[in-house]
Design a protein around this ligand. Sequence first.
Ligand code: A4P
Ligand code: MG
Length: 195
Amino acid sequence: MATCGSPISNMTDPDSGPATVAGCGSPNAKIDGMPAGFDAVLALGTNIADRAGHIADALRRITADGAIRIVARSRLYRTAPWGVTNQDWFLNACAGVATRLDPQALLRRCQDVENDMGRVRTQRWGPRIIDIDIIAIRDRQIAEPNLTVPHPLISERAFVLVPLKDIAPAMKLGGRSLDDMLSHLDARDVVAVEA
Ligand code: A4P
Ligand code: MG
């Protein structure tokens, strides 16, 4: 079972779902300090082929019909694989978005982009051309069968928290700052690849 503050490389049980780490922040934790102008924060990750190209392509597709606008994007980070560690390195980023879509429509949009880009789901936490997770939607707390917001593993993942600091440094989860959560993690393998 995952515990709060597991180092990146120790979190190796892809079968233990978010429910096992509910005490780490979600689904009951609340978001504070979301920047004005953000309706949601998305986290993007990829560890196959042209990673930077996939992130750029995903952001283009997310905004293509005008229902979602990118307000801020973090730098791109090269990150060590978390969870399933015997796979290739990831490129990760976060984006703050403005949208009037409701949460389920936002999730569908993210999943449509994943599918359109050719994502094949074989293994939980396994290699992927693109993964788009909803990290937060304003200060909403959602616990629906297919959607948990804030994302239940934020406090466990330096590959989310470090990019998040670029775009939403004052954001808090359950009263904890991003730095507080990061102080329990090993972030040495989360390295910016652009200035
Ligand atoms: N779902 C529930 N809540 C959400 C939410 N807030 N945002 C459901 C997005 N999806 C949400 O996701 C599985 C189900 O989660 C969906 O059906 C959706 O309804 P998925 O994308 O189909 O499968 P997955 O990505 O393999 O599972 P999951 O749990 O989303 O994996 P993660 O959490 O995305 O982890 N290491 C590094 N360094 N960087 C990474 O980006 N990513 C993963 C995948 C593992 N290790 C990584 C990285
Ligand atoms: Mg996902």
